[in-house]
Design a binder for this molecule. Structure first.
Ligand SMILES: O=P(O)(O)OC[C@H]1O[C@](O)(COP(=O)(O)O)[C@@H](O)[C@@H]1O
Ligand SMILES: [Mg+2]
Ligand SMILES: [Mg+2]
Length: 333
């Protein structure tokens, strides 16, 4: 196999599509380096004293794990020095983090979920890092939260790193989805799959079924129909998977298809679902669309939502096109 590194891939993409200016390439490489550091910390586990709770809560009232905080710090530090950013935002920080004046400034905005699937950390199951890159609006001087309020379609790059049996980096800069595997011996991200494509149809779904009693009727109807199998209205048998880390569930869908759902439900109508628009749903939606799938909030494409708050939550239905179209149609009936 001819080895193509992340850098070589990005330079080649720029040559072919003219979509990755040098600044953006260097920014993506910096994120890639930070993810390598996180991957090493994750793999040390108890030996690195990274497991367990940090004894604090984030802005969403969730208990922070040591690794949530460590990953956030690794990403902040790497990218402060990077020189290509105006500001960052993270699941673990209440407000945005402008690049301090003592560091070089750039024209991009970076958002991340530093450690996705936190509840999997201590049980040695796949976790990841999700990131999204926006261009700072023209004329921006001092970055504010308002500058981040851009629909997901404006993302110039998005991706995730998954820390599983292999560490992988999955990336789009708007010309397909490409996968890199971390070669631990050479320390480089090596291209292992170009142009990932989600199969149009699927027989596999992912949803946290413990919330079934709270679901709205369209979701209940769809899950009932899938569970009815070959003799039901959908005329085929479905399998179910739930890894409790969006990164891992989306990775499975990019690899072999399926539908992932985290719907809004009737528990608290002021909280539409669990996942965060800006640094979970938007980057995943761009990857999914770039791989030929669909991602909606049940009504419209996630990428068309105009954000109003940094930590805004959104219902998510993403994956194989035919299935996402079906549940989206049920939601609209
Ligand atoms: O607890 P549940 O309902 O299984 O939720 C799992 C979902 O929550 C998340 O873990 C939220 O991510 P964080 O770990 O970054 O808070 C998603 O990755 C996952 O899909
Ligand atoms: Mg998350
Ligand atoms: Mg997280």
């Amino acid at each position: 196999m001819k080895r193509i590194s992340l850098t070589q891939h990005l330079i080649e993409q720029q040559r072919q599509h003219n979509s990755i200016p040098a600044e953006l390439r260097l920014l993506i490489e910096t994120v890639g380096r930070a993810c390598k550091t996180i991957s090493h910390a994750v793999s040390k586990g108890a030996l690195g004293e990274v497991l367990g709770s940090a004894g604090s809560e984030n802005v969403q009232g969730e208990v922070q794990k040591k690794l949530d905080i460590l990953s956030n710090e690794i990403l902040l530090e790497a990218n402060e020095w990077g020189g290509h950013l105006a500001a960052m935002a993270s699941e673990e920080m209440e407000s945005i983090h402008p690049i301090p004046n003592r560091y070089p400034q750039g024209e991009y905005l970076l958002l991340f979920d530093p450690l996705d699937g936190s509840s999997n950390i201590d049980i040695n199951v796949s976790i990841g890092t999700i990131f999204s890159v926006l261009k700072a609006p023209d004329g921006m001087t001092t970055p504010t939260e308002k500058d981040f309020m851009q629909p997901g379609r404006k993302q110039v790059a998005a991706g995730y790193a998954i820390y599983g049996p292999q560490s992988m980096l999955i990336l789009t800069t708007g010309n397909g989805v490409h996968a890199f595997t971390l070669d631990r011996e050479t320390g480089s991200w090596v291209l292992t799959q170009s142009n990932m494509q989600i199969p149009v149809e699927t027989q596999e779904y992912a949803i946290n079924a413990s919330n079934a009693r709270h679901w709205y009727p369209p979701v209940t109807r769809y899950i009932n129909e899938m569970q009815a199998g070959a003799t039901g209205p959908l005329k085929k048998n479905y399998n179910m998977r739930w890894i409790a880390a969006m990164v891992a569930d989306v990775h499975r869908i990019l690899t072999r298809g399926g539908i992932f759902m985290y719907p809004a439900d009737s528990r608290d109508t002021s909280v539409p679902g669990k996942l965060r628009l800006m640094y979970e749903a938007n980057p995943m939606a761009l990857l999914v669309e770039q791989a030929g799938g669909l991602a909606t909030d049940g009504k419209q494409a996630i990428l068309d939502i105009q954000p109003t708050k940094l930590h805004q939550r959104v219902p998510v239905f993403l994956g194989s096109k035919v299935e996402v179209e079906r549940i989206t149609a049920y939601n609209q009936e």
